[in-house]
Design a protein around this ligand. Structure first.
Ligand SMILES: O=P(O)(O)OC[C@H]1O[C@H](OP(=O)(O)OP(=O)(O)O)[C@H](O)[C@@H]1O
Ligand SMILES: Nc1ncnc2[nH]cnc12
Length: 170
């Protein structure tokens, strides 16, 4: 299946000059959604995984499905102010603006093997911040895992210390 045909370009969203990759057509098509989920599970290979991190918001579409299939726990990394218990934070730059991510301090056990999932790898700032949060809690990042990456923004450079895979590249 050519998954790229289920991703559409939206010009000037969320601000002028940005071409936004909208994955809604893939999510709403039951065959494409199921096939993409299975392909993303296959991308994990033989890596043993204890926890799957999903990054708010769009990382939440697939991360719990991956956790279920990998028999791993699911841990949300959320935007600032959403997590109720003791947490740690990291601020990072985006293709558009900046943001702060948080994770519960007790969500990772020292030595956990962690897969970090998000829908899009753009500049890599978001995924890098998530990796650093996991490592500061004693987790080991075994894979940064994306539905798609934007090659021209070279996010892999920000993730040079971590293995990274994506289902599609644009
Ligand atoms: O590689 P980067 O340049 O860091 O960009 C990638 C991030 O940008 C988008 O999230 P966004 O902040 O737009 O939030 P959303 O998931 O809530 O839509 C996307 O879902 C990734 O999380
Ligand atoms: N151009 C883009 N399209 C969709 N998600 C993004 N996240 C960061 N940049 C993006």
């Amino acid at each position: 299946m050519d998954f790229k045909t289920y991703v559409r370009d939206i010009q000037d969203f969320p601000e002028k000059g940005i071409v936004f990759k909208d994955i809604s057509p893939l999510l709403k098509d039951e065959r494409a959604f199921q096939a993409a989920t299975k392909a993303m599970i296959a991308m994990v290979g033989n890596n043993a995984v204890d926890k799957v991190i999903g990054i708010e918001s769009r990382g939440f579409f697939f991360a719990p499905l991956l956790a279920f299939e990998l028999s791993a726990g699911f841990v949300p990394v959320r935007k600032v102010g959403k997590l109720p218990a003791d947490k740690i934070s990291r601020t990072y730059a985006l293709e558009y603006g900046s943001d702060t991510l948080e994770i519960h301090s007790d969500s990772i056990t020292k030595g956990d093997r962690v897969l970090i999932h998000d829908d899009v790898l753009a500049t890599g700032g978001t995924a890098r911040a998530a990796c650093e949060l996991v490592e500061s809690l004693g987790g080991e990042v075994v894979l940064c895992h994306f539905l798609l990456e934007l090659d021209f923004l070279n996010g892999r450079r920000r993730l040079e210390n971590y293995p990274a895979k994506s289902l599609m590249a644009f």
